[in-house]
Design a protein around this ligand. Structure first.
Ligand code: GCO
Ligand code: MG
Length: 402
């Protein structure tokens, strides 16, 4: 089965997405997601200018070899742009294989390990009471797990507090907006949020929280310790993700489960964390870690250390990635949870998909491959619009992590 063509589409049905479509001489095509928030056009160029020319004429069935050709065969490796581009190729080839064998992807990855993929939704509010109400709304919709973020008094524009409650979107059109940050105020406030949530909703809902890489290891240790009475499902991205050794300090101070990995690109980002058992959940994303082929190997590596997968699934990757992630999660034993931020109706219309949400779980459906399509005609109505994630400064103006 020869690859005859591959096209890259950049569209913006509510936000920007980069989509790869690979065509074969047997009339089958496959879809891959290549979206990298705020850097979409770099990945589109990487694909169009550097990968697509090398793809034409290759046998679409040889997924492992094509992955190694683009990763191992290249001198310049790793990094989010490279890995998102390789991931799109890899995803599209798995989609084609599923269609060629007329079976949903999870069957090719070992079959079902569970009846559905437990997901967590994003509750957020300007203050504690608004967030508490939002958590209640997610519980009412059947969610079993909810991430809770809230505004910090005296701080403008805190991470995770959205303008649109249901369709949280961190990027903004135009140039990067500036947010404000105070670690002191944040650390004093967040335990109160979780105390209120447990008082109101009891022990059952799984509660999660994302620090978005803003703490030092000892600050993370303090927060984890103060949150212990509220038994979080996980505390995410406490320190900058590059600082693998920092997790040793956090672990010495708290039993709150730790999650990290949404900005990781290869297995080499995980080695210290896995082998020293410094985290509980690996949050790598199918698209940003090079596709289905490598993330399966990463999950197997994590399994040895009893670390579970909790894949990144924000609105800033497309339903193609979400479907790939659901199939992958269905198949592995060490599945923990899947992040699920709902896409807007505009996005869903451009990417019709067979996965559905029911009673706290995503179900993959039984269409062959990923079960996602791409409406090219509709996508043309939504051209690319420049948009950036915010940047972040301390209250005194010092540049900080966003
Ligand atoms: C999450 C993430 C996102 C990121 C976003 C950046 O846990 O979902 O932290 O909200 O900020 O994906 O592009
Ligand atoms: Mg996060």
């Amino acid at each position: 089965m020869k690859i005859t063509d591959a096209k890259v589409f950049v569209c913006s049905p509510g936000r920007n997405f980069v989509t790869l479509k690979i065509y074969t001489d047997e009339g089958l095509y496959g879809l891959g997601d290549a979206t990298l928030n705020g850097r979409e056009l770099s990945v589109a160029s990487y694909l169009e200018d550097h990968l697509v020319p090398c793809l034409i004429g290759r046998d679409a069935r040889n997924i492992e070899d094509i992955w190694q050709y683009f990763y191992r065969g290249a001198y310049w490796r790793r990094g989010p742009v490279t890995m998102a581009a390789i991931a799109a190729v890899d995803m599209a080839l798995w989609d084609i294989k599923g269609k060629a064998l007329n079976t949903p992807l999870y069957n090719l990855l070992g079959g079902k390990s569970r009846h559905g993929v437990m997901v967590y939704g994003h509750a957020n509010g300007a203050d504690i009471s608004e967030t508490v109400d939002q958590v209640g709304q997610y519980i009412d919709q059947g969610y079993l797990a909810i991430r809770a973020q809230c505004g910090i008094p005296g701080v403008k524009g805190t991470y995770g507090v959205a303008k649109d409650k249901m369709f949280y979107e961190p990027a903004e059109k135009g140039l990067p907006p500036e947010n404000e940050w105070s670690t002191e105020k944040y650390l004093n406030h967040i335990p109160k949020l979780f105390q209120t949530l447990r008082d109101k909703y009891g022990d059952d809902p799984h509660l999660l929280h994302d620090c978005h890489h803003r703490l030092t290891p000892i600050e993370a240790g303090r927060l984890g310790k103060e949150l212990e009475p509220y038994h979080l499902f996980w505390l995410e991205d406490t320190v900058p993700a590059e600082l693998q050794e920092g997790f040793r300090i956090i672990r010495q101070h708290t039993t709150t489960p730790l999650a990290v990995g949404e900005v990781f690109n290869t297995v080499f980002d995980t080695t210290t964390l896995f082998t020293e058992q410094l985290i509980d959940y690996c949050r790598m994303c199918v698209v940003h870690s090079g596709g289905i082929t490598p993330i399966r190997k990463i999950a197997s590596f994590a399994e040895i250390y009893r670390i579970k997968m909790g894949c990144h699934g924000p609105t800033d990757v497309s339903p193609v990635n979400m479907a790939a992630s659901v199939h992958f999660n269905m198949s592995i034993n060490n599945f923990g949870i899947q992040e699920y931020m709902r896409h807007t109706p505009e996005t869903d219309a451009v990417f019709p998909h067979s996965y559905t949400f029911r009673d706290g779980y995503l179900l993959p459906g039984d269409k062959p491959g990923f079960g996602v399509d791409f409406d090219e005609k509709l996508a043309k109505k939504y051209p690319y619009e420049r948009a950036y994630l915010p940047v972040n400064r301390k209250i005194d103006g010092t540049m900080f992590d966003w």
